[in-house]
Design a protein around this ligand. Structure first.
Ligand code: PEP
Length: 248
């Protein structure tokens, strides 16, 4: 079983998403993989209604960590609970770079997401410059240590991690299968060391960054890669299906 989770970002319309879920339903039903879609907040009522009783898991792309109050434009955990939200993407590189989210903020969101009973999808990844100057491992370690501050070992098991090299997101250039495997193995080793875990298989890490039909087999067949977080190739059911169809 692999995790195939779509990140729709700010793309489809209501009508397009309605059609999308209707088409995805039988595909998810027939798949042994975990099929998920993270939608914009405003489509949660639609996702909640259309995914109920199906094998489509759904979530959102962000959440604020405060309980309630004067946070204009933000969305709380309790608001998400009203629509049976299952997953929340946290620390996506677009949130970090465009909206200036820090590891500290991501950490507060991780705690709140777990407390609310949702599955955090904690994203980490290095920029092109950081990779080219051999800082990848340091950057990932800093993001992990910061993002997981005061997260207990019990709660760690509730988190899905996504290693998403920033230079591979939306560029059409994915990491090579060797680089993705080596880096994800490193991510698992860092977490295992932090928590005294012996079996790396207890830690779930997805790969994200230009994953699509023509590279899914080689990337997902790597031993430490547990699935994919998918942007562009999740927007059309026809494309997403090529990833969901992965068997291995
Ligand atoms: C993403 O934004 O999480 C992502 C992986 O995007 P893409 O698949 O388009 O590179």
């Amino acid at each position: 079983m692999k995790y195939l989770i779509g990140n729709h970002k700010m793309n489809l319309s209501y009508a397009e998403l309605e059609k999308y879920f209707a088409e995805l339903k039988p595909i998810a039903e027939a798949s042994d993989n975990f099929v998920g879609v993270c939608v914009p907040y405003v489509y949660l009522p639609l996702a909640s209604t259309m995914c109920k009783g199906t094998k489509i898991h759904f979530g959102v792309q962000n959440m604020y960590y405060a309980e309630k109050g004067a946070y204009t434009g933000e969305i709380s955990a309790n608001m998400l609970k009203d629509f049976d939200t299952q997953m929340v993407i946290l620390g996506h590189s677009e949130r970090r770079s465009i909206f200036k989210e820090t590891d500290e903020m991501v950490n507060l969101k991780v705690h709140k997401t777990i407390e609310a009973g949702f599955t955090p999808i904690l994203c980490i990844g290095e920029t092109k410059e950081e990779r080219e100057t051999n800082q990848t491992n340091d950057v990932l370690k800093t993001q992990l240590v910061g993002g997981l501050k005061d997260v207990s070992k019990d709660d760690l098991g509730k988190i899905l991690f996504a290693y998403e090299p920033v230079w591979a997101i939306g560029t059409g250039i994915s990491a090579t299968k060797e680089d993705a495997e080596e880096t994800i193995k490193y991510v698992k080793e860092v977490i295992a060391q932090m928590y005294g875990i012996e079996d790396l298989a207890q830690i779930v890490v997805l790969y994200g960054g230009s994953l699509k039909g023509d590279n899914v087999d080689e990337i997902l067949s790597q031993p430490h890669i547990d699935g994919g977080l998918i942007g562009g190739a999740s927007l059309k059911v026809e494309d997403f299906n090529k990833l969901i169809a992965y068997k291995g």
